[in-house]
Design a protein around this ligand. Structure first.
Ligand code: FAD
Length: 475
């Protein structure tokens, strides 16, 4: 008989959290700690959403999105998770750029970027300082009409090499382009520049396992392989429950960590919302998707130091179309040394490229397999310049495409980084439409990535708390 993943589940909870991405996990943990009964439902067989990993024959463990996040994760993990988790966050110091315009290595913080911009790129110190100060002072309530392109034109006119240095890593980190609002760039870039790039030592599996233990300690009822099909709403527009794996479970509030558009248009349904809100939701643009190639080396076999993150490109200037093209000319390599998982004897490499869902969605199975193989082959060709004897060292090679990301996370178009900026307003105003329905997850560029997702999970958990326990009632 098929296993019942909902065995023993209660008839109702204070809150149902749909999805176990970092925003869902953090929201569930904060709410359970506050004393609410919380049910977390995840359709996949493991927790974490994009913050995930997979194992392959021969003892390989590949991380999907553990490439780098800002220093702020330490504080967020300490406050909303555990000291033990925060203590495992360590800096990555070797960020490399290799392209036709420059070759350099940096610690990716303000001090080192200032030095590079002045000494290597010969930019006036005043312009560099003014740029950093402007970027750092940007916040959500600022003018949203200025684009990132205009921001760069203001400080570094005609300098496509400088734009490339400043923009390329952020595009890889959250899919943003020169046409997105400058505040999204300023906020994310400044988060990184404050102290550099960080990672979780021990791997995503260790992190998510520790999060799981903490949630169990706090009383979250966790269920995997549990697909929420419907969010139930009564005639007065109050959330009353969900339908998961065909079963109804009641609740006072829902925190959806599922894609914002699917939450509104599919799980609730258009007829439950004001028509202009439906139109606003439909107009939200999802962000781009990704391709990755995972390389596992033979046990104990390594390579000379290549840096931690390497932004490789054969293209001149910053060109978003080239970065998204299936004809790949730009790749980010993440080099994982045995220290990533202390005690391991494995060197691993993951190549990531931004990609368009449309380029992969409608291929025949035969063409799809052929194109994936081609992606693996061309990536090895490229990698050879950094790890010359890579072919003899390889034990496992495998590719993921936008189809893979869609399949595992159910994001529309396999979006890797949620939505463009306008998605944030829809996410934030969702509870004005339906009482008790909240969303936390990658939206609006600034609320995506590991840090954005964790912090947005906390912000929205506080909103759910306010909704369930209004201030007057607690006096
Ligand atoms: C290739 C790649 C590389 C990345 N690299 C980095 C990086 O280096 N640094 C960084 O900070 N960020 C990175 N990111 C982005 C980062 O991983 C994400 O922004 C973040 O993890 C998203 O968290 P989230 O809370 O929005 O939820 P998601 O991770 O999107 O998870 C949503 C969860 O909801 C579940 N779900 C959806 N619908 C349902 C349903 N109906 N029922 C039940 N469950 C459902 C999904 O299965 C999923 O588990 C990367 C992303 C990708 C794809």
């Amino acid at each position: 008989m098929a296993k019942d993943f909902l065995a023993g589940v209660r008839d109702s909870y204070d809150i149902v959290v749909i999805g176990s991405g970092l925003a869902g996990l953090t929201g569930a943990n904060v709410l359970a700690k506050a004393g609410y009964s919380v049910l977390l439902l995840e359709h996949h067989y493991q927790l974490g959403g994009m913050a995930t990993w997979f194992k392959r024959r021969g003892g390989h463990i590949f991380d999907i999105s553990l490439h780098g996040f800002p220093h702020g994760m330490i504080k967020s993990c300490r406050k909303y998770w555990t000291q033990e988790i925060a203590d495992k966050i360590v800096q990555l110091k070797g960020i490399r750029f290799e392209n036709p315009q420059f070759s350099l290595e940096t610690t990716f913080n303000r001090e080192d970027f200032t030095r590079l911009l002045i000494e290597k790129f010969q930019v006036e110190p005043q312009a560099v300082n003014d740029f950093f100060d402007t970027a750092r002072s940007m916040n959500f309530y600022d003018d949203q009409s200025m684009t990132t392109r205009e921001l760069f034109n203001k400080f570094f006119p005609g300098r496509d090499d400088v734009v490339r240095l400043l923009m390329e890593p952020i595009t890889y980190a959250n899919g943003s382009t020169l046409d997105d609002p400058a505040i999204t760039y300023g906020i994310v870039f400044s988060n990184f520049m404050s102290k550099g790039v960080y990672t979780f030592q021990g791997g995503t599996d260790a992190l998510v396992l520790q999060m799981k233990d903490e949630m169990i300690r706090n009383g979250v009822d966790l269920r995997i392989r549990s697909l929420v099909e419907k969010i139930e709403v009564d005639k007065d527009r109050n959330v009353t429950g969900v339908v998961v794996n065909g079963k109804r479970i009641g609740c006072r509030a829902v925190l959806s960590n599922s894609n914002i558009k699917s939450t509104i248009l599919k799980m609730v349904g258009e007829d439950k919302f004001d028509s202009d809100f439906v139109e606003e939701t439909k107009a939200v643009r999802v962000n781009n998707s990704s391709c990755q190639v995972y390389f596992g080396l033979k046990p104990g076999v390594g390579f000379d130091y290549c840096g931690d993150l390497l932004f490789h490109s054969e293209h001149r200037g910053f060109d978003i179309d080239a970065m998204l093209s299936k004809d790949v000319s730009s790749r980010t390599f993440s080099f994982y040394y045995p220290e990533t998982r202390p005690g391991s004897d494995r060197w691993l490499i993951v190549s990531s490229t931004n990609a368009r869902y449309e380029d992969w969605a409608n291929l025949s199975e035969e063409q799809y397999e052929k194109d994936k193989q081609d992606l693996c082959d061309t990536t090895i060709d490229c990698l050879e310049q950094y790890v010359p004897d890579i072919r003899e060292k390889l034990d496992w090679v495998e590719a993921a495409t936008p189809r893979t990301f869609k399949y595992y996370t159910r994001h529309m178009h396999g979006a890797s980084f949620g939505t463009k900026f306008e998605g944030l307003k829809v996410s934030q105003t969702l509870p004005h439409q339906i009482h008790g329905l909240h969303h936390a997850g990658s939206v609006g560029i600034i609320m995506s990535g590991w840090l954005g997702a964790v912090n947005y999970g906390v912000i929205v958990a506080n909103e759910v708390d306010k909704y369930l326990t209004p201030k007057e009632a607690t006096v």
